[in-house]
Design a protein around this ligand. Sequence first.
Ligand code: FMN
Length: 151
Amino acid sequence: MSDDIYHLAYVSDALLVDPSESEQQELLEWQLKRILDAAHSNNSAAGVTGALLFSGQHFAQVLEGPQAAINERYRLISQDSRHNNVTPLLYEPAGERQFADWSMALCGAEEVENLPENFQVKPSPGSLEAGNLGRSIVASLAAAIGKRQNA
Ligand SMILES: Cc1cc2nc3c(=O)[nH]c(=O)nc-3n(C[C@H](O)[C@H](O)[C@H](O)COP(=O)(O)O)c2cc1C
C-alpha cells in the first residue's frame, strides 16, 4: 500500500441525544467531546487529519492520511454505535492534505456553505453522485476551516 495521502469521506445518521432539546445541550457537548478526544489522540498517532461536520441529525467526515491508517480508522468508526447508516462517498488520492493542521476539526452546519440541507437520502456507494457529494464535502469543510483560520 502506498504512502500517498488519500481522502475518505462518508456521511452517517447521528445517534446522539436530540440537539433540539435545550436541557440535553450539556450531554450533547460531552458526547461530542468524547468522540473528538478519541479522534485527536488516535489520529495524531496514526498520521491522520481531517474534519467532522455535525449537523444535529447527521455526520459528514473527511479522513486524510496514508491508506493503511485511514482504512483502520474508518473500520472502527463505521462500527461505532453512536451513528448508523455510515455511507462511504469518496476514497481517492488527495494530492495534498486539506486539513494538515487538524487531527480532527469539528464543524457546525452554520459555518459550512454549499452542502445539502441534510444527508437523509444517501447516494449509492461507488456512484458518480457519491463521488461528487464526497468531493463537495471535502471542499466545503476545507473552505470553512480556511475561513476560521483567517478570522
Ligand atoms: C462520528 C464519529 C467520528 C469519529 N471519528 C474518529 C476519528 O476521526 N478517529 C478515531 O480514532 N476515532 C473516531 N471515532 C471514534 C471511533 O469510532 C472509536 O470509538 C475510537 O476510535 C476507539 O478508540 P479507543 O479505542 O482509543 O477508545 C469517531 C466516532 C464517531 C461516532
